[in-house]
Write a protein that binds this ligand. Sequence first.
Ligand code: SF4
Length: 384
Amino acid sequence: MTLVSSLSWTDKDLGLYLHIPFCRVRCAYCDFATDLEKTGERQLFLKSLTEEIERLPKSTQPLRSIYFGGGTPSLLTVAEISQIFSVISKNYSLDKNTEISLEANPEGLNEDKLAGYMQAGVNRISIGIQSLNGPELKFLARGHLLEENLRALEMLKDKGINYNLDLMIGIPKQDQNSFMRTLIQVLAYRPAHISSYLLSIEEDAPWFEQVKSGKIKVADDDLMATLYQQMQFFLSDQGYKQYEISAFSLPGKECIHNLGYWKHQNWIGAGPSAASWLAPLRWQNPSGFKEWINCQKFPDKGPEYTTLSQADSVLEKIMLQFRLLEGIPVQVYTNLHCIYPELELGSRMQRLIQLELVEVTQTHYRIPATAVLLSNRVFQEYLS
Ligand code: SF4
């Protein structure tokens, strides 16, 4: 019996993440587990992904969500996405509430492909727009231009698709005016959901050395904070609710898949770098394509499993829930404090309230919207 099959986990609300590791260009700021596709890799990938999905733990309940992330899932053809769906349907049940998202880049999406994906089962698109400013897009060199962004947004709006768009804050040369113009323009397409990311150049990203040496200047912390607050005010004024640090949605259009992560629900993942969490067990696939393929060939030598202690699991749950703007119910927090007095949750909370990093509403402890950018300070309080 494997470690996973010996678990008595609850299979309600299970999410499935699929990592598609290919991109058409390698963006200079990106450190994701992704690469340009080499000859023959696609077939090998699809075969190994199929085998991995077949080996994943099963659920008696319909999946809560499926998320095709990457990388660039929209590089896959409709036939390839359908092929993955047929493996999923053989192994899991879905129902009308199962949210099925697929990340797409504007340049790879056309009407036929979009219609094919939706027919295959996708019911939500997440599109990497980043900006509607030509020079900013050119600087990011993502392989798509302003015209392609506009064409993709037009198409999604015309077809009435439920979609998210990604925006980036802190692009070199971005300022309050250019960001405001992007915000005003994207809202004309009335996306159901907007995700915003602060540009951060990690060590594995091609830009890292140039940013470190000052050759490329990304926005400083003050400008990032100004742009972020500008977005908070504007989107809230336009009827979007911020429900997580980086996520805004129209009423009822929150991302079910990501909510699962933040609510510490179970998920399983397949593909390079994909992680899984079936409480109390966590494991993560190797991020390199070859290493992941090897891991599929020799499943016994698969990823390393970590069993989280109950105390660590509680601290993690609190941190994740603080990512949500609604925060954590006072009752839940108090119960955890009574069950795990050794975690000293009461004194941690007192410190955060004194520092005005957390406020108490009638029902919840939460990070005030004005302090969201300081949330790392809150998370640090629960790191040990
Ligand atoms: S930013 Fe997106 S499109 Fe660019 S390399 Fe990374 S995953 Fe690929």
